[in-house]
Ligand binder design. Sequence first.
Ligand SMILES: NC(=O)c1ccc[n+]([C@@H]2O[C@H](COP(=O)([O-])OP(=O)(O)OC[C@H]3O[C@@H](n4cnc5c(N)ncnc54)[C@H](O)[C@@H]3O)[C@@H](O)[C@H]2O)c1
Ligand SMILES: Nc1ncnc2c1ncn2[C@@H]1O[C@H](COP(=O)(O)OP(=O)(O)OP(=O)(O)O)[C@@H](O)[C@H]1O
Length: 371
Amino acid sequence: MVNNKIMKKASFKLSWRCKGENSDQHKHDIVYFERGNITTAERSSKQISLKWESPPQTVVILTKPNSNSVQILCAQMVRWLREQKKLNIYVEPRVRAELLTESSYFSFVQTWKDEKEILLLHTKVDLVVTLGGDGTVLWAASIFKGPVPPIVPFSLGSLGFMTPFHSEHYKDYLDSVLRGPISITLRNRLQCHVIRDAAKNEIEIEDPILVLNEVTIDRGISSYLTNLECYCDNSFVTCVQGDGLILSTTSGSTAYSLAAGGSMVHPQVPGILFTPICPHSLSFRPLILPEHVTLRVQIPFNSRSPAWASFDGKDRKQLAPGDALVCSMAPWPVPTACQVDSTDDFFRSIHDGLHWNLRKTQSSFDVPLDV
Ligand SMILES: NC(=O)c1ccc[n+]([C@@H]2O[C@H](COP(=O)([O-])OP(=O)(O)OC[C@H]3O[C@@H](n4cnc5c(N)ncnc54)[C@H](O)[C@@H]3O)[C@@H](O)[C@H]2O)c1
Ligand SMILES: Nc1ncnc2c1ncn2[C@@H]1O[C@H](COP(=O)(O)OP(=O)(O)OP(=O)(O)O)[C@@H](O)[C@H]1O
């Protein structure tokens, strides 16, 4: 029997917990709870468009080393940007030396002397141009330890997931980028802290290392399984016994994480991928965690051997029993210019780069169907 009495709904209020604290002020632009109904706002496109308010004046060109074709293109681009666009140009010290060997014409090209000057680079340049493959984009990102100016990545490598611009049309592309507006993909980075002897009362924290693809914790040259205790905020996640673990950004989801069985994730999805490498268990599936979590990977004191951390495939550091690696989303994303937009560029890269789901089309029946 239906009870016809009109029941008054209990009223409620929502609040957001930020780092364990309740907060009414915490901004949340998606969820509403007016008149007791929880609704979410309509999602608008997250495609970011960059419009110059004053014309860009300074460009840094970063190039893949040991490549003749890159060197030739770099010299042509420097000449064109200077003569046609009247821009100030920075290159790496190695590249300036190469240009000057070619001709003293290039003496206007600027560079930097030391780490201190590199740290100030983002305050001087409006735009970064990369000539190479994905490795050169990773290299460019690693130069900026804080805010990163917009990057225009030209492809001169073999794969090019993050390099949508074809170098043969560089004048047209740069022309339109310098005029603007341009579509931008904001690629999140992870900030990683290596903590030595984490159980100690006074912890010495080294400077964070920022990664655009991933941080990998593996067994290195050890023949033993890794033994990595993993925590997400304060919750125990699991113990990784296998070859290791990849903590990846969504941009890195098409790199090492993909090879280890992780999902491919659109770069605008806010998340951190937790992908084991050859786990020695039948049920260890990869995870995707929300972007706001802090992950901690601890090498237990009873571990049979140390582990090794590497950052975007470089800069390997040994983690001894007792050490930990703590990782969270960094506040400085890498803005990369899109050829079309974030979604079109993503599908183009997985189709062209990986030949994703390429299959001969099944033939249709060649006799009429009985309906
Ligand atoms: N088994 C593997 O697939 C494996 C093993 C080690 C490292 N890597 C990847 O190599 C990266 C370092 O790149 P590198 O160029 O300095 O080294 P590299 O010269 O050895 O090239 C590695 C390859 O990974 C590709 N790659 C890099 N970032 C990518 C991304 N976000 N999406 C798709 N492909 C990507 C590059 O185009 C290149 O073909 C690491 O961050 C890691 O992701 C992959
Ligand atoms: N400016 C730079 N200085 C030093 N090393 C660099 C620089 N640019 C790129 N590298 C390194 O050179 C290597 C090759 O670069 P990159 O991946 O761009 O070229 P590639 O191997 O031809 O590309 P792909 O694999 O996509 O075909 C990478 O390991 C990268 O870290």
